[in-house]
Design a protein around this ligand. Sequence first.
Ligand code: FRU
Length: 550
Amino acid sequence: MLASTARGDHEAVTERSVVSWQPGAGRVVGIGSALSFRQPTHDVCRGNRETLVADAVSFLADEGSVPLTGRPKGSATLSAMRERLDDDPHRPGYHVSPPANWLNDPNGLVHWNGRYHVFYQYNPTGPFHGTIHWGHAVSDDLVHWEDRPVALSPSPDGPDRDGCWSGCTVDDDGVATILYTGGRGTAQLPCLATSTDDSLTSWVKDPDNPVIDELPAEPEVLRTEDWDGEFRDHCVWREDGVWHQLIGAGMEDGGGAALLYVSTDLREWEYRGPVLTGDRDTAGTVWECPELLDFGEKQLLHVSNYEDVVYFLGQYADGEFAVEQRGRLDHGDFYAPQSMWTDDGRTLTWGWVKEARDIGAQWDAGWSGSLSVPRELSLAEDGGLRQRPAPALTELRGNGDHRDEIRLRAGGCHELDVRSRQFELQATVQLTDADAVELRVLETPDGEERTPIRYTATSEVVVDRTQASTAPEATTDSQRMTVTPYDAPLSLHVFVDGSIVEVFANERRCLTSRVYPERTDATGISLATVGGSATVTDLDCWELDSAWRS
Ligand code: FRU
């Protein structure tokens, strides 16, 4: 018997994350999928059984040289997995993506021992959310990345048996320490792990996990059919020698909340109460992945409420957040962001860029999800939020095209010399009497497929997906954001990468979108006006290099 959902008389059918473990001198190879050893009448069961047996036999016969399907063992395997997807035109080249399979939230972002570490929610068993591990990528310059082995895996008998969910990394007097959410059955509770090496490759889980073992009594945490309490995700910082931790939650008598705990050793935590609670109707039922950022004069708290990333700008003091302004961090497919602090005091933020295609297409592709480019968040002179692409991204620039000025007449169109699916474009757009200017990307020569990024006289930026792809199942809804009061003229900064379109408007508002053109010649870039004339100045377009070292 290699693996089983029964242990003694305990039926463990819900233990989806059991992968492999070593009882005594033996080795058990587990599987994260339903399996039947009865007469295999069902195709899926038969397929699973055959895969299990074939993989297990070859693995036991020749460990190492025959990797188990979908079970990455080390950097070489991860690179091979990544290379196999190289020809997929929808795969991003310079965004952080999983080597294959599934990625969601960025986690534990940290600049450690001179290198930048990005961990992320990762399912090594397939391109779907389940059996969540922490994937790991490392960089010396924030733009070239290398895959590292999985950093955290669920422990079959641990409080994180069903998943190692989102969390953060802190420096505990020289020891890199992760606070993350362990999922087990209907419980989600905070767990801790410490790194045993400076490359942050090996992590040891605290034997006393979970470090908080019950939900706060007051106010009552929202209980659902699936969960004892909506209570997860961590943001930890040290203030006056005391560790502070925010945990995301939903409240029984309210909306989402960010709950505060304090500790002197990261292991014993004392509950202090919500720093902010939202209105269920306007700010969501549950707040996931809360993060508090300090910009000196003001603080920013952002939360992800299943739909949007909502941010609050204001004053945080003594466990309470006084809101002065509120907004959305992004108006598209961007979720659960997390930040890293650079040595020179800048805040860099990455978000999960979700897929906008159905589950079948994600299975066929063999991968799902990517991280955004890093954004530098700061306070603008007027006290509002500024978001701009991290300056390090300029390192990726290759061939370019520069135009001082392009005058567009009514109905006119101007094609750029660069043709690419992996580029950056920056320009200033002034509408004279035009109703709109369109920057069309991922465009076929006959215009059958194209994604216009439209700046309108009504002060909106729209990513129009109605013609983005000829695939019948492709998403056709458009995504939009208002750019007032920062819109005249509009500085547009756009990053296109495979199936990702990321738009920065006047270094203020962002819209991250996904499109999946089918045709290999969907590489054109052009400018056009709608209903009048307009001027585009200081246009630069660069092809960008890939980020992954093989
Ligand atoms: C946000 C989230 C977190 C959770 C993680 C699980 O996308 O749902 O709340 O920790 O993803 O993968």
